[in-house]
Design a protein around this ligand. Structure first.
Ligand code: PAF
Length: 285
């Protein structure tokens, strides 16, 4: 496994691979890798000859109140984990390499960021779209893999790829959960043991929504009210949003459609967790 830090070297490597007829999968990450990331990498490996991952804590997707320096890091552990799943190349640039002096371009997807997380994190998805577009140009993948846990991010990137005619297939991989149901996230490491227990309210509330749907409930307000109460019955929780929305446009719905996205963002103590689930009407389940 090679570790590459410069854009030029990475581009040359990818060009060589492409010229040799090899297909490339990219898994972009911000490091502090967990089983969820490794699952994305396994999927990438299955679908391409060469697996590149990037490890870059992207400063432009952090808002003013969000501390990029507080983001957990573990380079040694990350490299070991990457090696264990057969990553071929790790692209690990510095912030100066990615954003040199006078950098001034950004990619902005217009509507999708005006929902869900984008409401409380203005500019976040511009930062994500910009860095992902750069990573695509640097690593030149045929396929890029993202987690469905970050549903809105996956939607924004898929839109960007379509709108800008990028010749890259985007693969969304289902959320990986801890045995007790908590969606895996680097942020889980911030939780105290008591907060960790409260965080289970997210998955329990998704199960409750599915149960209500199964028993015939279709009114969005009834379902979101029940979800909110269940989450708030756990200590240390504060809801950012509980939304039932169209899975393509992310617009809020009053009544459930054939397929509806239940999206949650909840602060547990100081840690903001997200989770989501595609609810399908009983006849489809
Ligand atoms: O999901 C993440 O870890 C980041 O948002 C990404 C896609 C690596 C861009 O910095």
């Amino acid at each position: 496994m090679d570790v590459i830090a410069t854009i030029q070297e990475m581009q040359e490597r990818s060009d060589k691979l492409r010229a040799a007829g090899r297909t490339i999968a990219l898994v972009p990450t911000m490091g502090f890798l967990h089983e969820g990331h490794l699952e994305l990498m396994r999927a990438g490996k299955q679908h391409a000859d060469e697996l590149i991952i990037s490890i870059f804590v992207n400063p432009t997707q952090f808002g003013p109140g969000e501390d990029v320096d507080r983001y957990p890091r573990d380079t040694k552990g990350d490299l070991q984990k990457a090696r264990s799943v057969g990553v071929d190349v790790v692209f690990m640039p510095s912030a100066e390499e990615m954003y040199p002096d006078r950098f001034q371009t950004r990619v902005q997807v217009e509507d999708l960021p005006h929902h869900l997380c984008g409401l409380s994190r203005p500019g976040h998805f511009d930062g994500v779209a910009t860095v992902v577009a750069k990573l695509f140009n640097i690593t030149r993948p045929h396929l890029a893999v993202f987690g469905q846990k970050d549903y809105q991010q996956l939607a924004v990137i898929s839109r960007m790829v379509m709108d800008l005619n990028m010749d890259i297939r985007i693969l969304g991989v289902p959320t990986v959960r801890e045995p007790d149901g908590l969606a895996m996230s680097s942020r889980n490491s911030y939780l105290s043991p008591e907060e960790r227990r409260s965080a289970l309210g997210l998955k329990k509330s998704i199960d409750l929504a599915n149960e209500l749907l199964r028993t015939g409930e279709r009114r969005a307000k009834t379902i979101t009210d029940a979800v909110r109460s269940l989450i708030l019955s756990h200590p240390f929780t504060d809801i950012d949003y509980v939304a039932l929305c169209d899975p393509v446009t992310l617009e809020t719905l009053d009544a459930l459609e054939e397929e509806t996205l239940l999206a949650l963002a909840v602060r547990v103590g100081k840690t903001r967790l997200i989770d989501n689930c595609l609810l399908r009407k009983a006849s489809d389940q």
